[in-house]
Design a protein around this ligand. Structure first.
Ligand code: 13P
Length: 251
């Protein structure tokens, strides 16, 4: 059975105290509600251990936003998948367009990160999505297909079953410009279709595909109502507990 997920991506926001306060607020709101989806908080590395201890893990799980492409050793400043796992985190966001654009993360590097994350018991939330010029040139399907093929299609069916995909059109991230509900559904159905061809209908049907890009309390309901949109990866609106909870309650 496919899981619905609403995941916050805090990006590089909130110092430790602010982050713990936000996690406590989300936790308190979630305790009063009966969320119809799994809630994930994607925090900076330094928050992971404390936030993991703060939240009720029957409702809320924790994600890192990146991990190293090496297992361990002399890689100053890097954080390994094993270290992330030891904080209590369950997920790691990989391949976010900001990592691809600003930190040179290629599909080849991401493939390594996916392998290492899985080997350490972390579930990747693997992001894909086209930039505006690619959509305008009608290349968005090709771009997303190759990101998926090169990033995660080397996995065995059992491994692939642990992956969550997040379609984030880059032109919609932080811009206030959301993909229309129809554009999101069209791409999500396309993605599920290529998973059917690679892994078969059952695994494709079980795969959670999130939408990300200016998802907010106003548009979440319409986006999540699509048959192939299984939740959201939320940036800006995840920084306010009330807005994040309103998105969760859109299910
Ligand atoms: P916004 O919700 O701020 O557009 O960010 C989306 C995103 O990048 C989530 O990973």
């Amino acid at each position: 059975m496919r899981k619905n997920i609403v995941a916050g991506n805090w990006k590089m926001n909130k110092d430790l105290n602010e982050g713990i306060a936000l996690a406590k607020e989300v936790n308190a709101l979630a305790a009063q509600a009966v969320p119809k989806c799994e809630i994930v908080l994607g925090t900076p590395f330094i928050h992971l251990a404390e936030v993991s201890k703060t939240v009720d893990d029957s409702k809320i799980t924790v994600a890192a936003q990146n991990c190293a492409d090496k297992v361990s050793g002399a890689y100053t400043g890097e954080v390994s998948a094993a270290m992330i796992k030891s904080t209590g985190a369950e997920y790691v966001i990989l391949g976010h367009s900001e990592r691809r654009a600003y930190y040179g993360e290629t599909n080849a590097i991401l493939k390594e990160k996916v392998n290492i994350a899985l080997a350490n018991g972390l579930k990747p939330i693997f992001c894909i999505g086209e930039v505006l010029a690619e959509r305008e040139a009608d290349k968005h399907f090709d771009v997303v297909k190759s990101q998926i093929e090169e990033g995660v299609f080397h996995l065995s069916p059992t491994e692939f079953g642990k992956i969550v995909l997040a379609y984030e059109p880059v032109w919609a991230i932080g811009t206030g410009k959301t993909a229309t509900s129809a554009q999101a559904q069209e791409m999500h159905a396309f993605i599920r279709g290529i998973i059917v061809k690679k892994y078969g209908a059952q695994l494709a049907d079980d795969t959670t595909i999130l939408y990300g890009g200016s998802c907010n309390p106003t548009n979440a309901k319409e986006l999540f109502a699509n048959p192939d949109v299984d939740g959201g990866l939320i940036g800006g609106a995840s920084l306010k507990a009330g807005d994040f909870m309103a998105i969760i309650n859109a299910f």
